[in-house]
Structures are given as C-alpha cells and as structure tokens.
Design a protein around this ligand. Structure first.
Ligand SMILES: C[S@@+](CC[C@H](N)C(=O)[O-])C[C@H]1O[C@@H](n2cnc3c(N)ncnc32)[C@H](O)[C@@H]1O
Length: 251
C-alpha cells in the first residue's frame, strides 16, 4: 500500500503535468504564475480526494504550490528558507517516520491528571514523547513528591524542555527514543501521540510494566481495547484521558 507521503507526491506531480499540458494546449488564455499555481493546487487537491487521502492533505495541496509562488515573489534571500528549514527540522525531526507531530498537553489536562491521582504518593510517571516539557514540568510543579520523566527525540523541543526544567529536581528530561526506554520502573506511562503507534505502545506497556500500573493516553485509544476508565478533562477541546490497566501476567 502506498504511503500517505508518496500518494501526496504523486498528486502533486500529476497535477503539475496536467497544468503543464493544459497550459501548452492553447485552450486557456495566458495566465500568470499565481493563477497557474492555483490551478495546480486545485488539481492536486482533487486527485488527493480521489485517492482517499486524509482530508488534511487537501488543505496542504491547496496551500503548497501557491505558497511556493508567493514565496518566490517575495524575493527573500535563500538563507531565510535555509534557517526556516533547520528550525522546522529541529522541531519535527522524524515526524515523517513516527507519525507523531508536536502539540502540547494543556494546563487543565495536567491539573485534572494530578487531581485524579491526588491520594497517591511517590509515583513514578513517564511521558513518552515529552515535547517542550509542558506535561512533565507542570506535573512536577504540582507534585513535588512524584518523579516525572520525559523522553523526547526531537532536539529542538528537548533542549527547550531541558532548559525550562533547570529549577525542578523531580523532572527528568531525556533525549531518547521512548521505544528504547524501559517502562518497567513506572507506575503511570502517559502518552499524547497519535493513532499510529497506539497498538505497538500497548504491546510494549504490557510487556514491560508491572501488573496494576497504568498506561494513560490523551485523546487516542488503543484499538480494540476497552479502557478501564476515561477521565473527562472538561476543557474546551473536550480532552479525554483513556486509562488502561496492565493486567496480571498470563492474562
Ligand atoms: C503530541 S507531542 C506531546 C508532547 C507532550 N507529551 C505533551 O503532552 O505536551 C508528541 C511528541 O512525541 C515526540 N515523539 C514521537 N515519537 C517519539 C519517540 N519514538 N521517542 C520520543 N519522542 C517521540 C514528538 O517529537 C513530539 O514532540
């Protein structure tokens, strides 16, 4: 099955060829670059719909080529693009492989999380994919008796989180792929990722975590598994935390 990225690339190329052929055919009056780019964008978006790609690709196709033409017309020096590219690279790093972009847990979610486990002391919590440290740092602040660890692969968010964590002794930020990090020591593993890794994440949690401990996923469910409980955060985006208890061995 073709990947979403190769489908998008094919839509872009096919749309370029179509617009080139139509432009050369003499069927249309002479058009400027932006009008041609808009035509290419419409064709690419249509092809993307036909290919049944996720809906958000349509928005990307509509914006991509007109964006390129407008950027060229701005005449910015090449180094501006180089710098933007490097900045985005440090933030998104291997998102094309992990299929987990950067977005952050909000304050209400962290407070609700802390409140739900308020009676528990000395917990070890792991945030898999800790981003800029929003979850880790706020939770470490709320619960000085808990040890909160975060693993993050992308260097930009990781460095920022490390810098923000300077005053907190119970927040531990690691630049590490969480698939390479053992979950065995944790009472709760918290994930705010995407639908893509959820089945594999549950398999890893089951293999490594102690029976009775919890995997808690913000917004994304483990396919075909009923959560033991769902915490409704009560924020504007109606966040739900899906809580999965690790069963006893052999179950
Ligand atoms: C949606 S953000 C969540 C950030 C943070 N947990 C929060 O709740 O605010 C997901 C993060 O996971 C990181 N990530 C994705 N796959 C990863 C992996 N295999 N190891 C470590 N970090 C990963 C991404 O770089 C991204 O920063």
């Amino acid at each position: 099955m073709p990947s979403a990225l190769s489908t998008a690339l094919r839509c872009q190329l096919l749309a370029l060829i179509l617009v080139f052929v139509i432009g050369r055919s003499g069927l249309l009056p002479p058009l400027d670059a932006l009008a041609l780019a808009a035509m290419q964008a419409l064709c690419a978006a249509f092809l993307s719909l036909m290919a049944k790609a996720d809906r958000w690709w349509v928005a990307l196709h509509l914006a991509f080529f007109p964006g390129v033409v407008l950027a060229i017309q701005l005449g910015l020096p090449a180094r501006v693009y180089g710098m933007c590219f490097l900045l985005l690279l440090t933030i998104y790093w291997t998102t094309f492989r992990t299929r987990v972009p950067l977005f952050l847990s909000n304050r209400t979610t962290v407070h609700r999380f802390a409140a739900r486990f308020s009676a528990q002391h000395n917990l070890q919590v792991l945030d898999v994919g800790s981003g800029t440290g929003s979850f880790v740092l706020q939770l470490a602040d709320l619960r000085p008796d808990w040890q909160i660890t975060g693993c993050e692969v992308a260097p930009g968010p990781f460095l920022l989180s490390r810098w923000r964590a300077r005053p907190q002794t119970n927040a531990h930020l690691l630049r590490q792929d969480f698939w390479q990090h053992s979950f065995a020591a944790y009472d709760i593993v918290y994930a705010f990722l995407s639908p893509a890794p959820m089945s594999a994440l549950w398999r890893k949690a089951r293999q490594e975590m102690r029976p009775g401990t919890l995997l808690i996923s913000n917004s994304f469910v483990v396919p075909d598994l009923k959560p033991e409980m769902i915490i409704a955060v009560g924020d504007q985006r109606q966040t739900q935390l899906f809580c999965y208890r690790i069963p006893g061995r052999g179950r």
